[in-house]
Design a protein around this ligand. Structure first.
Ligand SMILES: Cc1cc2nc3c(=O)[nH]c(=O)nc-3n(C[C@H](O)[C@H](O)[C@H](O)COP(=O)(O)O)c2cc1C
Length: 342
């Protein structure tokens, strides 16, 4: 694989590289998945699941912000719209060691809409700007926004530009753009990730219109070929579902996008590198199945991969299951021959 530098330099001058990002995904980008992602790539920027300001302020803050230092670079994604609460949570992000704090303006779920969280905020650029300004004032971390190209009823190019300009005027320099609108009534969150058509050209146009802003493109990106195509027009790519379902893809990210050696050379080594972490979590009382559900994709398409997954599904949820279940599952997939030079 060859290293093809982006023709466009990064626009933002602070924070971690966003050339290749793994998207925030509720219930998926948990600390356990992120640990695997980090074993596979040192350079991909990882995002937490969204955590609402209400949960952080009134709930178990430590639990929501818990992460392993090996996960860095790591961005915390917040859901909220109250400027004071966002500022408070941005401060917490810094105290807990995150590298970036990101505001969710893309989630279409009814549950969050009722609390003025997520994609519905695209209809309120001033409110987003107020929140972003408060976050910027409260922290030294880069403050970024992840959003859609519009919402139903507010889906014109001019309205998108108005959103970007209003939020950029509040100090936001980095926009992560899911290249489809969200339809706020009648579609489930899952449908909202597939049905509204992708309009990559709109994201490219944003970069042309606002070259001083860092524009990261998201939505439907599956291969490195796709990534390079997008990197010719934007500053970075963000992959969600493909990175989760086929995490081994991440093992080539450091070489492909950063010209650095890959941290691991086999899926077996990657999983073995997780053993001490899995044991540490088991010792803390975490159920094995809460961890193994995030490593199911590691042997996707490999001989024995199905048996690996079946062994984990059938055994990891049994009471008292430990690392031996992962070792047994691993033994079901053939280890690549070690290539030795004579
Ligand atoms: C299970 C799941 C949960 C998600 N949760 C979040 C979330 O918490 N915050 C967010 O901004 N986007 C969330 N998303 C959207 C993704 O970040 C991403 O924008 C979307 O999946 C499109 O990218 P993809 O086609 O590469 O998956 C979620 C997606 C999935 C599949």
């Amino acid at each position: 694989m060859s290293f093809v530098p982006s023709p466009i330099p990064f626009a933002a001058d602070s924070g971690p590289s966003r050339r290749f990002c793994v998207a925030p995904m509720m219930d998926w980008t948990t600390p356990h998945f992120r640990y695997l992602a980090r074993v596979l790539s040192r350079r991909a920027l990882l995002y937490t699941e969204m955590v609402t300001t209400g949960a952080l302020i009134h709930g178990d803050t430590e639990r929501f912000l818990r992460h392993d230092p090996s996960e860095y670079p790591l961005a915390l994604q917040l859901g909220g719209s109250h400027a004071g609460e966002l500022a408070h949570c941005a401060k917490l992000a810094q105290q807990f060691g995150f590298d970036e704090v990101n505001l969710n303006v893309g989630c279409p779920s009814d549950r969050v809409q009722n609390n003025m969280i997520g994609a519905c905020l695209m209809g309120h650029p001033d409110k987003v700007a107020e929140g972003v300004a408060a976050m910027i004032a409260a922290t030294d971390l880069p403050v970024t926004v992840k959003h859609r190209i519009g919402i139903n009823g507010r889906e014109s190019w001019d309205e998108l530009c108005e959103f970007i300009e209003t939020v950029a005027a509040a100090g936001c320099k980095t926009f992560i753009v899911h290249a489809r609108i969200a339809i706020l009534e009648g579609l489930s969150p899952k449908e909202n990730r597939d049905i509204p058509p992708l309009k990559y050209d709109w994201v490219y146009r944003l970069k042309q219109a606002y070259p001083h802003l860092e524009i990261i493109i998201n939505g439907g990106i599956k291969t490195f070929e796709d990534c390079h195509e997008h990197l010719a027009h934007t500053d970075g790519v963000m992959l969600g579902r493909e990175a989760y379902h086929n995490p081994w893809l991440l093992a080539d990210v450091d070489t492909e996008f950063f010209g650095e050696p890959a941290p691991v050379t086999s899926r077996h080594d990657a999983l073995r590198a997780m053993f001490p972490f899995i044991q540490q979590e088991l010792d803390r009382g975490v159920y094995l199945t809460h961890m193994t559900r995030h490593i199911m994709g590691l042997f996707l398409g490999q001989p024995g991969g199905r048996q690996f997954r079946r062994h984990l599904s059938e055994n990891a949820n049994k009471p008292g299951s430990g690392l031996e279940v992962v070792e047994q599952a691993l033994a079901k997939v053939r280890e690549p021959e070690l290539i030795t030079e004579s």
